[in-house]
Design a protein around this ligand. Structure first.
Ligand SMILES: Cc1ncc(COP(=O)(O)O)c(C=O)c1O
Length: 374
């Protein structure tokens, strides 16, 4: 039996979610744009899913749009805010996910938008006074793009306070909340934010489906032309089973959040204790007081096998990750570790947990690590 400790890359589908999806995979074949009964049936399922997701986030149903996942949603927020909302300047950070950083690089090449990155400290935190200063220093229409929880090191940005600072300074705020949705309580009726993004596969839903929340004050034009789906915003036949599965997964994640969190926090601290007890000179990356509980990023000092640590763990039945899961399957130096000035001589492994993991699995991984690193 393999041990899966890569839940920040993706999570296994919850059995309840598969069950909810099955009728749409097997029988309910209607195209939601068709006006006959089969079409109306799947259209109803999509709108029910939208209501569930809106309720989980304190949003209204008109503010939720389905997409293919976190990457598309962030592309949409950043690009549409320039095209449709008059944004001339974007303030972000160097530890954002590539779906933001690469989009910003592209925006820089193709438009006159100015892009600024706030510095981060050795734990990956920005300073809120730096953000305030950056916003006060310019009269240009600005969008702030800062993630809620870092996928590699687990550091949290202060979502509520950033939202307040943006509001006070007349800036729009986009947050990549992909790692946070379903893991932290988020109430958008209490926090002013322009865009947030979600991906079902990070909270035990299916892969290839996500959503964007667009605050009702921000009227943007269609992102994908060619059909009237998603109220004209994203043409193309909807991923019905994905959408139904995502709503079920988020509903479950919100209902079970306390229990899941308690279990994951316990696993993470047990794993950290065991690592500290059994190995010397480890470095734990990211903020250790306020963090995304499912992530434990640890750097191992150089020794005979550290370079091959991930591969040896994999061969011994353990799935973990070097930094973020890389879309090309090749491990590159992590931009997050570079931004926090991690020691390049050390080998960084991201272990990430779900409520499905157990202390017994942690014990097994520790014994495998001992064997590999002895
Ligand atoms: C913080 C963060 N943002 C965005 C994404 C991209 O999401 P998706 O794979 O759904 O496009 C990921 C996935 O790794 C992520 O961790």
């Amino acid at each position: 039996m393999r041990i899966y400790l890569d839940n920040a890359a993706t999570t296994p589908l919850a059995p309840e979610v598969l069950e909810a999806m099955m009728p749409y995979l097997k029988g309910h074949q209607g195209n939601p744009s068709s006006i006959h009964a089969d079409g109306r049936q799947t259209k109803t399922a999509i709108e029910k899913a939208r209501r569930t997701i809106a309720q989980c986030l304190g949003a209204s149903i008109g503010e939720i749009f389905f997409t293919s996942g976190g990457t598309e949603s962030s592309n949409m927020a950043l690009k549409c805010s320039i095209r449709d909302l008059g944004v001339k300047r974007i303030v972000s950070s160097p530890t954002e996910h590539h779906c933001v950083l690469h989009t910003l690089e592209q925006i820089k090449k193709e438009t006159q938008t100015s892009i600024e990155y706030l510095p981060v400290d050795s734990a990956g935190r920005i300073s809120l006074s730096d953000l305030e200063q950056a916003l006060k220093s310019s009269k240009e229409k600005t969008l702030v793009s800062l993630m809620y929880a870092n996928n590699e090191i687990g550091t949290l940005h202060d979502f509520e306070r950033i939202a307040r600072i943006c509001k006070e300074n007349g800036a729009l705020f986009h947050s990549d909340t992909v790692q946070a949705i379903g893991h932290f309580p988020i109430d958008l009726s209490k926090t002013t934010v322009s865009f947030v993004t979600g991906a079902a596969h990070k909270f035990h839903g299916p892969k290839g489906v996500g959503f964007i929340y667009i605050n009702g004050d921000n009227i943007i034009k269609p992102y994908v032309d060619g059909g009237a789906q998603e109220r004209n915003m994203r043409g193309g036949t909807e991923n019905i089973y994905g959408i139904v599965g995502m709503a079920e997964a988020l509903d479950l994640a919100c209902k079970q959040m306390e229990d899941r969190t308690r279990k994951i926090v316990d696993l993470r601290s047990y794993f950290k204790e065991q690592l500290q007890h059994n190995f010397k000179s480890l470095l734990f990356n990211g903020c250790q007081e306020n963090y995304l509980h499912k992530v434990l990023s640890v750097s191992f000092p150089p020794s005979a096998n550290t370079d091959m640590l991930l591969m040896l763990l994999d061969m011994d039945g353990v799935s973990a990750s070097g930094g973020s899961a890389c879309s090309s399957g090749v491990e590159h130096e992590s931009h997050v570790m570079a931004a926090i000035q991690g020691n390049p001589e050390y080998k960084t492994v991201r272990f990430s947990f779900s409520h499905n993991n157990t202390r017994e699995e942690v014990d097994l991984v520790i014994s495998k690590l001992k064997k590999i690193l002895s």
